[in-house]
Design a protein around this ligand. Structure first.
Ligand SMILES: CC(C)(COP(=O)(O)OP(=O)(O)OC[C@H]1O[C@@H](n2cnc3c(N)ncnc32)[C@H](O)[C@@H]1OP(=O)(O)O)[C@@H](O)C(=O)NCCC(=O)NCCS
Length: 186
């Protein structure tokens, strides 16, 4: 395991740990009902964003299983979203990625670009063997990101949980280290 040197730069974006100064940008998307439609939880109040930001600031790398890091995705000096890497299992070298972006910045490939960097952190820095991602089956924009990343649809769970008052459907995607290395010439 090698903790990355921040910031991480991709073609158009900078990824770095959140700081206490990010409240306004974070709240701009965490407070929106359309953003949380397929997420657990509801649109946040400013105080809830403050609490969430404290958690984000406190973890800059998932040192042990069960931990996750949320990195701020910066474009033209503003935090436009976040990208998440969870360390699910040390023994089985499993991890998970996730992403949330402000709707003003959807439709430009930013979630896919930032998530590619998270796959690299997972496979190279965390030494993972398999990385998964999951979403509500109705969250088309989310599973389309997973497909752009070269992940494989491995499961479609029907009615596996009650989500926001109704039976939910969940998709699970995954990619293995050797598949990722072959696709990325690594
Ligand atoms: C999920 C989410 C991040 C996806 O955002 P997105 O903008 O659709 O995804 P990307 O950033 O990969 O952009 C892809 C779009 O940009 C377009 N695009 C433009 N330039 C591109 C580029 N250089 N590379 C890739 N795509 C590009 C693609 O064609 C695609 O557009 P389309 O959907 O109209 O075909 C966003 O919908 C979101 O934040 N939702 C709310 C939170 C959420 O549900 N998160 C997931 C929880 S599981």
């Amino acid at each position: 395991m090698t903790k990355p040197d921040y910031p991480i730069r991709t073609e158009r974006l900078t990824l770095r740990p959140f700081t206490p100064d990010d409240h306004a940008d974070l709240h701009a998307y965490q407070s929106r009902p359309d953003v949380v439609r397929f997420l657990y939880g509801e649109a946040r109040t400013p105080e809830e964003t403050t609490d969430n930001l404290k958690l984000k600031v406190s973890v800059t790398w998932p040192e042990k299983e069960g931990e996750h890091v949320a990195l701020a995705v910066v474009h033209e000096g503003r935090v436009i979203g976040e990208t998440v890497l969870k360390y699910l299992s040390e023994a089985h070298r499993q991890g998970e990625i996730g992403y949330i972006f402000h709707p003003d910045h959807h439709g430009r490939g930013f979630a896919t670009e930032a998530s590619r960097a998270m796959l690299e952190l997972g496979f190279v820095n965390l030494g993972l063997h398999r990385i998964v991602a999951s979403c509500d089956a109705n969250n088309d924009r989310s599973w389309q990101v997973m497909e752009r990343l070269g992940m494989r649809r491995e499961a479609h769970f029907r009615h596996n949980e009650i989500f926001k008052g109704a039976w939910g459907e969940e998709l699970v995607y995954a990619i293995l280290e050797d598949e990722w290395r072959a696709a990325n010439h690594r």
